[in-house]
Write a protein that binds this ligand. Sequence first.
Ligand code: FMN
Length: 129
Amino acid sequence: MISSLLYSSVASTHVDSGDVFAIIEESARNNPQRQVTGFLIYDGREFLQYIEGSAMALESLLNVLSGDYRHHSVRILHRAQREDRLFPKWKMRRAGLGAEDELAAIYHADLPNEMRAEIERFGAQRKAA
Ligand SMILES: Cc1cc2nc3c(=O)[nH]c(=O)nc-3n(C[C@H](O)[C@H](O)[C@H](O)COP(=O)(O)O)c2cc1C
């Protein structure tokens, strides 16, 4: 079984796109060993990250992540389980909110409705800001 989870967090004040690039690089380097895949959305203020893998891999990553100074207020929005991965090729895909083609792949995936709703809410918040 593959576990998945979606969480949001608030970026630390000094975080810029260079930091986000570094986070993606670290993730792409580490996640294959952890056998974790997923995507990360950053809207300039908050992160929304989807991760999938074994239950143990997710807990261990969550432990590391929670202590990362580049964000705070980690809030788990939804957890799910399924037979297989939704994003087997994404070591950690950065998805931009403005880039509709990137988001299309996410919207087309068979995500639980609760996760889809959270992602849409995240995008709508951004547009309203
Ligand atoms: C929003 C956010 C998402 C992150 N996602 C991942 C991830 O998917 N995989 C990962 O290994 N590290 C991720 N990190 C970084 C970890 O917190 C940690 O800094 C990193 O794994 C340490 O890598 P190192 O031991 O190779 O230096 C993320 C950090 C932030 C702030």
